[in-house]
Ligand binder design. Sequence first.
Ligand SMILES: [Zn+2]
Length: 266
Amino acid sequence: MEKLIMLGTGHGFVWNLYNTCFLLENGKENLLVDTGGSIDIVHRLEEKGYKLTDIHNIFISHCHTDHILGLLWILKKMSGLFSKGYSEPFNIYCNQEVTNAIKKLYSSVFSDAKVKAIDEKINIYTLNDGEKLKIAGEEITFFDVHPKGNQLYGFETVLNNGKKLIFLGDETCNPILYDRLIDADYVMHEAFCLDAEESIFKAYEKRHSTVKYVCETMQPLNIKNLILYHTEDTHKNKKELYTEEAQKYFNNNVIVPNDLDEIVLD
Ligand SMILES: [Zn+2]
C-alpha cells in the first residue's frame, strides 16, 4: 500500500514549517517529490528514517527556490558517496527549465571533481508533457499544469489499489485541467491561507489560492480526497482551522497535513 510522507507542507518563505516536499512510498521503493529550499531536506529524510542511499528517484516540479535548492545539498552528499564507490542508480525527472537550472546550479557551485562525479553518475531526465514512465514501481504520467509563472509539471498515477492520485504543484489549478481531475480519488492542491486572511498573505497576487477558493473549485469535480499543502505558517492549529474552512465548501474528505505527517492512500 502506498503512502505520502510529507517532509514539508509550507510555502516558499516559511520559518515554522519546511517548504512543501514529500515522498510517495510503496514499502519497497519511493519517489521524492521536490526537495525544499535548504539542507533541511537531508534532516527531514533522516527524521523519517531515510538515508540518501534509500532515494533513487526525484521529481522536481519547477525551478523555484523552495522546490529546487534542497537538491544541491542532496547532490553534494551524493557526490561524496560516489567518490567512495557508491554506484546505485540515481534519477532526477523534471521539465526542461528545471534541467537547465539544475545543471547551471551545481556546475557553478561545486568543484570540478564533484561536477564530474554528478555528470557521470546521475541521470537527469527531461520530461515531455504527457509522458508516462514507470518509476519506483508506479506508472506515472507527468503533465504540464499550464501555470502563469515558470514551467510547472504535475503528475498522475494509478495506485496499486486502483485509485487515482494527482499532484498539481503549487499554483492555483488552471481550469483546463478540471477534466483530468473529475472523480479522482486523491488530488493534491496548494492552499496558501484562510479566506479571511487573504488580505494579509495575498494568495491571489502570488498565483496561489485560499482554502475556500480551492474547495469551491474542486467541489463540483467529485474528488474523493483533497490534500491541501504549501501553506503559510502562522497558525499552530493549522490543521484544525484549514479543515474547518474547507468543510464548509467541500463535501468529501479533506486532508491538511502537518510537516512529517504520513497519509495512507487506502
Ligand atoms: Zn513553492
